[in-house]
Design a binder for this molecule. Structure first.
Ligand code: PLP
Ligand code: COI
Length: 341
């Protein structure tokens, strides 16, 4: 049982829970959902996930809410994105119903690990899909495994909702315009590690990547989307074929519109950073990390006060987390109850 967990001091690291769930695609059909405990799996040494990168994943959260219910945030969106990713990597796309049943089962089995309301923590759900058939020639697998594990998590950045300094990484690109940056392929993260590590060595916790064809436009941070509040109060986020469609970003755009803000999804030139009042990195894990400055070569763009999150980002953050924890009405119907209503 997850009883001895210090919920308030959880970071973003793997913490094993009791169960995980697995479903295999064999003989052209998905089998039954298996409940598993041993975190080690047996794989063929020539499995396509090991050699040719037929491996992708998702990430979503379940929340212990104010009314003591447990609900996931927009799992249908993650299910759909996994389908797009699988198609792009010539893998078998798991049906949305299977995705939702597995995630529900996983959370109910690990109920003791759902952080109680008020701790600021959540249960992170990590679905992943791998090609398991052996092939030495480059060839799509015939068999697949969809596995979902859960891990309680606190804030991604140890310092919580405090601004970080970002670095525009131009030595290494992470995604090509017609490549796989718009899907959640495991290999994208290996592609970004060198650039992120280089940025960290220079003292920047996060790196911002530009479109790899021209290096003129902003794409996204290594593991989160880019969003900005312009000096005239608009919400701006890049339109690019090589960024991941972030569930958090789409939800924040809806909330921004609810607040009466104009939302602009368009190409954003690096030079426009000078016009932004607030900049944030958004994603499931971090929700929003405010960015206090961005270094581009010799130039440093700064946003707001150094140690203070901007007011609009703060308001967006409070609204989305308020909906997630059941403190604010779920007016968009985003929360998916996993326990009996
Ligand atoms: N961009 C990248 C590259 C990511 O890995 C993630 C995380 O999943 C995001 C953006 C944010 O997406 P989401 O809000 O769906 O978690
Ligand atoms: C996110 O959930 O925001 C992520 O970027 C997941 C990351 C650990 C790959």
């Amino acid at each position: 049982m997850g009883k001895n967990i210090d919920w308030k001091n959880l970071g973003f690291q793997y913490l094993q829970t009791e169960y995980y769930v697995k479903c295999e695609f064999k003989n052209r059909k998905w089998g039954d959902i298996q409940i598993c405990t041993d975190p080690h799996i047996s794989l063929h040494i020539a499995a396509t996930c090991l050699h040719y990168g037929q491996a992708c994943f998702e990430g979503l959260k379940a929340f212990g809410r104010k009314d003591e219910s447990i609900a996931m945030f927009r799992p249908d969106q993650n299910a759909q994105r996994l389908i797009s990713t699988a198609r792009r990597l010539v893998m078998e796309p798991p049906p949305q119903e299977l995705f939702l049943s597995m995630a529900t089962k996983l959370i109910l089995l690990n109920k003791a690990y759902v952080p109680p309301y008020g701790t600021g923590a959540s249960l992170y759900v990590r679905p992943f899909l791998i090609g398991t058939s052996p092939h030495i020639g480059v060839h799509a697998s015939e068999e697949y495994a969809l596995i979902m594990l859960a891990s309680p998590m606190g804030a991604y950045y140890k310092d919580g909702f405090y601004p970080v300094k970002a670095y525009i990484q131009e030595e290494y690109d992470r995604a090509a315009p017609k490549g796989v940056g718009d899907v959640k392929a495991g290999g994208n993260y290996a592609a970004g590690m060198m650039g992120d590590l280089d940025g960290q060595k220079k003292g920047f916790p996060i790196c911002l990547y530009l479109d790899s064809a021209t290096h003129l436009y902003i794409d996204e941070f290594g593991t989160s989307n880019f969003l900005a509040i312009t000096k005239d109060g608009k919400y701006a986020t890049p339109d690019s074929s090589s960024v991941l469609p972030s569930v958090t970003n789409h939800s924040l755009q809806d909330i921004a519109r609810d607040f009466g803000l104009t939302v602009e999804r368009r190409k954003i030139r690096v030079s426009e950073l000078a016009d932004f009042a607030e900049v944030g990195a958004c994603g499931t894990a971090v929700v929003i990390t405010p960015v206090s400055s961005i270094r581009h070569g010799d130039r440093v763009y700064t946003f707001g006060k150094e140690n203070e999150a901007g007011a609009t980002l703060m308001r967006l953050y409070n609204e989305i987390t308020g909906i997630q924890y059941g403190e604010i009405e779920d007016r968009h119907g985003w929360m998916y109850r996993v326990d009996a209503a």
